[in-house]
Design a protein around this ligand. Sequence first.
Ligand code: IPM
Ligand code: MG
Length: 391
Amino acid sequence: MENDYSNIAKQAAIKFEKLLISQLERAEKIKTSQQPIDYLSLPTIRIGICGGDGIGPIISAEAESVLRYLLSSQIASGKVELVTIEGLTIENRIACGQSIPDGVLDEIKSCHVILKGPTTTPQAGDGILNLESANVRMRKELDLYANVRPVKSESQGIDWTFFRENTEGAYTLGSEGIDVTEDLAIDFAVTTNPGTERIARLAYSFAEREGKERVSIVTKANVVKATDGKFLNICRQVASEYPHIQTDEWYIDILAAKLIDEKRRTSFKVLVLPNLYGDIITDEAAEFQGGVGTAGSANIGDRYAMFEAIHGSAPRMVAEGRQQYADPSSILRAAAMLCSHIGFLEESGKLNSALDYCMNELPEAIVTGRPGGATCSEFGAYLKQALAQGR
Ligand code: IPM
Ligand code: MG
């Protein structure tokens, strides 16, 4: 038996060795990363729009139409080009056997920034090819290391910005865990110094630029000692360069609790956290401003950036024939983040204000996901009206 175990372990170790080499190479590559791109100096900024699956094509088409309206003068002058990218559908991904088919990836890479509808992510037991998530693939392929997710609710005094590390943690090798035997499966989490340093720097420089007095580092370093321990230590080092910003440390479990503590939650401002915790906590956080349907998400790298709705493709809505009632506000918030990222701050501000107005002050524009609420395209029409009226 002991001999058997030893052979089984040796087989697994061969796979592990390959993973280690890939991660050592990745860490080295991060160190040679380029300077962030200066969009306004580009002759043309190419914005790619990927529809995705389920309700994706409906909400993305609405977002595209709003962007065409909002950026009409930049499009007319050739400063901005909107490119529709087909083929990022679950059917095509399964047919090609690739999370992002090569041709689609080439088109994506020919753009500077991407606006992406939700894409269906298979899981074990679904009866379809268990492909890696298209989001996760894109984040890795384009090295989109920061997932920036703002959550705001003025009436509740909430103004949080989450800096979720986006290429490491449980996600890096999430599709490359090892089924060692029928009884034993092992997954891996990854933390690198340069990978942590770059997200921490982004969070602190954001806090400084935006005048936020506090950054919270969130881990479970008391239990997950190597990877979360490293994440915490590297964040602390970056924090020491910003003595005028208050830094505090939280474990993810108690942070999840404190976000629903009315007296404590308003004091959180900027939060920096590893990938999986960031995934979970930003869904919780989005509930305070009306749910995942209302929150945008920016995936930022040095060369590329991708903006998306925070929610999934809602196959249930499609199965029940309610897709026309899908709420486009999450992808529209993402579109506002996109505008601001490429330097169109005024347009971004206008879009956010018009969204605030339609979501909070225009009852007929409220999207409920069901008949009785506004449809996706009705919401888009109200939004354009609000933009035209300078709301
Ligand atoms: C998100 C989503 C993705 C993630 C899924 C679709 C893979 O939940 O963007 O938060 O886990 O990152
Ligand atoms: Mg998520």
